[in-house]
Design a protein around this ligand. Structure first.
Ligand code: ATP
Ligand code: MG
Length: 467
């Protein structure tokens, strides 16, 4: 380890990772691997967030243990990913992802079973190789919880200090290898409030059309992640600034161009940004259909030539619905939203005037039983905040019909060592977080009917494996 030229290690006391911020289930996994003689580190975004004192969305472990070792060590391990046999170690509260250190991000090389030695050796690697195959330097840090060391092979610590998102390999090479990294750069920068390093940024501008090569389902997945977790507005502005909006959200790009958002550096105030900044203020999360409705809403206002407040005071005639439906169809040419989300988003928009009680004559008790009520009300709460319509009375009435939250997960005991768990508002969320991510590792259930129940987190639709 010490032979690596760029290696930098921060020992306990020299960094701000707190062991009691590591989830007890992650501790269980780390200890068992360690106890069996394997190296086991926390990796990637988990270390980045712990280092910054943020609650990680998920706890990812990388180890020298091979998939078969992992399987035999954990009864609750489920092997996933056709190519990279990752393990999901499932607990009641969350899932800990365990992966064997890999050499490179060659997405098409498939390791054989443990018996096929040649291929497996080419595929798996050292911790350093594993760090180098990752996307950004800040995502390439490891944490050895047994020594308390933060291990940096890729210059991540320097970029943490500089608050920069920078690719590990030269940016053009990195994006050509996996164009989704361009969107991931926006996601990391928006989420952390970091800047995108100049060459990393300029290369997105130069290669942005490469994202057209990505499966639409993966783009949808990435888009939904951008709009969650309280950094939607910043993500949209950054998408504009790096030129990705043109390909990811072409009708929104055209809308902003129409509204004179040129040149790229300027993303001036706009209903589109206002709506998503209101969403960012709302910690409870919304269904993906609400996100689609929020994306289409400003386009509809623009097309109809009305101010937001007038939307709730107007009528929802057949012509208006057809116009909104046409926008959804146009949207679908770049982002493949499953039909059920589109249908629900259309419902959400179409019932809005009914929620404006001082003008509508519906019976709230009856309306609140409709399957689309809760998502429609969530849209109403968010979108009316971005208008100057007074809806205090309405909000007060509708809030009475708020569905009961799901019962909290069973409390868990403290870890055997390493301190107690810092309470995690995202605990339950992280399970869904995983789903969206490694579709790669099998996400949500495409057939799920929309529920009239308070969602724990924005739902992410299914998408196929890409790794
Ligand atoms: P978040 O907080 O949104 O989960 P994250 O960085 O943890 O951000 P994940 O999708 O959970 O993102 O991925 C975990 C880690 O896997 C990343 O930090 C990075 O090291 C690596 N990774 C994920 N996607 C890629 C990719 N496309 N190319 C290279 N490395 C990747
Ligand atoms: Mg993560």
């Amino acid at each position: 380890m010490t032979s690596s030229p760029g290696l930098r290690i921060l020992m306990r006391g020299e960094h701000s990772v707190r062991d009691d911020a590591i989830h007890p289930n992650a501790w269980k996994v780390l200890r068992r691997l360690h106890g069996a003689g394997h190296t086991a580190y926390l990796v990637g975004g988990t270390v980045r967030d712990l280092f910054l004192g943020r609650q990680p969305k998920d706890f990812d472990v990388a180890t020298t243990a091979r998939p078969n070792d992992i399987k035999s060590l954990f009864r609750n391990a489920f092997m996933i990913g056709r190519r990279f046999r990752l393990a999901h170690v499932k607990f009641q509260e969350n899932i800990i992802e365990v992966a064997t250190f890999r050499r490179e991000s060659d997405r098409f090389e498939e390791p054989e079973e443990e018996g096929g030695k040649g291929k497996v050796l080419r595929f798996y690697g050292t911790p350093e190789e594993d760090a180098r195959r990752r996307d950004f330097t800040i995502n390439g840090l490891f944490y050895d919880p047994f020594l308390g060391n933060v291990i940096d092979y890729v210059g991540g610590l320097g970029d943490m200090e500089r608050r920069l998102v920078r690719t590990i390999t030269p940016p053009r090479q990195s994006y050509e290898e996996d164009p989704v990294r361009m969107i991931r750069a926006v996601r990391a920068a928006a989420r952390l409030g970091f800047a995108i390093e100049a060459e990393t940024h300029e290369s997105i501008l130069a290669l942005r059309q490469l994202i057209m090569r990505c499966p639409k389902a993966r783009l949808l997945e990435e888009l939904l992640i951008l709009l969650k977790y309280s950094s939607a507005e910043r993500s949209l502005r950054l998408l504009w600034q790096v030129g990705l909006m043109e390909h990811l959200l072409p009708i929104h790009h055209a809308y902003l161009v129409r509204r004179n958002h040129i040149p790229l550096e300027s993303a001036r105030p706009d209903v589109l940004f206002d709506l998503f900044s209101m969403l960012d203020l709302d910690p409870s999360g919304v269904d993906a259909s609400v996100l689609f409705a929020l994306l289409i809403f400003p386009l509809h206002l623009d097309q109809a030539g009305i101010q937001p407040a007038l939307f709730w005071q107007g009528r929802m005639g057949g012509g208006t619905l057809t116009a909104i439906e046409a926008l959804f169809n146009e949207f679908a040419t770049s982002i493949d939203a499953p039909k059920r989300f589109r249908a629900r988003a259309l419902e959400i928009l179409s019932v809005q005037p009914r929620l404006y009680l001082r003008q509508s004559h519906i019976r709230p008790e009856k309306f609140a039983h409709k399957p689309y009520f809760w998502d429609s009300f969530r849209f109403f709460q968010i979108a009316t905040r971005a208008s100057d319509l007074d809806v205090t009375q309405e909000i007060h009435t509708w809030e009475k019909f708020e569905p009961k939250p799901a019962p909290p997960p069973r409390p868990h005991g403290p870890p055997a060592a390493g301190g107690s768990h810092v309470s995690s508002p995202d605990q339950h969320r992280s399970r869904h977080g995983r789903n969206r991510r490694h579709r790669r590792h099998g996400p949500g259930r495409p057939g799920d009917p929309p529920q009239n129940a308070r969602p724990e987190t924005p739902t992410t639709p299914s998408s196929p494996p890409v790794s």
